[in-house]
Design a protein around this ligand. Sequence first.
Ligand SMILES: *Cc1c(COP(=O)(O)O)cnc(C)c1O
Length: 527
Amino acid sequence: MSGPSAEFDECLATVTAHIQARHHGLSDIPTLPTPDAVQNTISQLPAALPTTGLGTKATTSYLMDTLLPGCLQAQNGPRYFGFVVGGTTEASQLAEILGGSYDENAHSTLPGVTASSAIEQRTLEMILDLLAIPRDVYGGRTLTTGATASNVLGLACARDHLYANSPHLPKGYSYAQEGPPSDVNIPGPPIVLLTLHPHFSLVKSAGLVGLGSGPRVVQTMPSAPGDELAFDLDALRDRLEAEKKIGRGVIVCYGMGEVNTGGFGRGLESVAKLSREYGAWLHVDAAFGGFAAVVPEFRHLTKGIDLADSLTLDGHKWLNVPYDCGIFFTRTSQSLLKVFAPPAASAPAYLSAGINSSSRTDRPSTEIIHELVPIPLYVNIENSRRFRALPLFASLLSLGQDGYADIVRRNVLFARKIATYISISSDYELLNSSASVSGASSEGKDAIVPLNIVLFRGSATSKFPPTDPTASARLAQTINDTRIMYVSGTKWRGQGSIRLAVSNWRTGGGGEEEFDVVRKVFEQVMQ
Ligand SMILES: *Cc1c(COP(=O)(O)O)cnc(C)c1O
């Protein structure tokens, strides 16, 4: 086959009709496939690469009739409350399909040839607008595969910055180019990460960029008295002072939006001030919690989000764009170029645009000067990557500030409604009321949760009592087996518990009818 076939037209119509049906029926589609459906798909996988291909039509039918029925059916639906997965807004889903059709490799700035890198810049600027962060605060920006990749970028930038400023090394030492220094006076480990409740991806990233991921490197600091999500500032100051004395590099990692509770610690501004004072790099992981800033009444939770040296956000979570999409900001593009751009002399010749001109974008502007946009492959991991900005751009444009504020607000209110039910029910125990998780004021209403996550377990008098170590896992499984909604298990304060995260653009605002579907599941599993 070397050109378009009539099969394609027919398949496109079938696929479009299928997508359309899913789009309208998503609220009623069971969240999960049955175990039999999963097994059926696996048993019908081809044993090997066929010598003669099936062709477009048979393959498409096989995907729709045999493969996809064994995969998650409604992870982008309104009652998939596991992890924080979001969904796909209408405009982003359509843009994703269109983007695939164009298949542009957004790897280089090609002014006068393609607008894709300029579109990406504007997309990233609009994200800053959405979070009410002045654009000139974060001059270094790029799109990644997710918060994990953004954490990798943040730690890589931090690493190079700290080596370049190490008192034990020549000023400007480039770790990216020189590798680990052989100087024996450097303390071991040369860099530590000071954290509180770090997301696993951060630990993984620390290993990947060569800092080490063990407890000698990734260290948990004491939390503030009465606020387990906030750094104890005295302890942090003492520690920063001690590390400065021996000339060890420090990355302070601040989680904005704790993953089990959705809680926020107090004091990012103070942490930022201390970090600056002692020359530490402040990395903020705000994968989903940062989007509290979209809603004026929740914005106080993210106070200080503009003070990070590097900032991680996710597009494929609360922004509801298709997987995969992460967002990374740092103060200047130089930090990224120092890690990812080749020295000018060794730049690949087939990339004709010079890297010198591309290194100066750290200025506020309403107009994008395309020649000044950094070459995407010099500020990120991949050389080739898909046109990731397109679905995100489409979503931002279609919903605007108000549309996104509406999603965040509806999701949080829905989570609070569930939290209220849980806290009143004698069968359940709410574990993350604002009164029990630090950071937000409870205003006397215990049932209010910090953001969009409800953390709970069965009560002592229920069928799933906390005294039984398997209770929470069993309860989650029982809920998920209904296939009406999906939750995920976790551990909080060492105890098994269940997380319910509301992050889908369709969820909330549906009134009592929408809530009743969830309430009935909660009742049914306790009978
Ligand atoms: C989800 C999450 C991550 C990992 O993000 P991916 O997009 O899955 O790579 C990192 N940090 C936090 C706080 C998260 O919530």
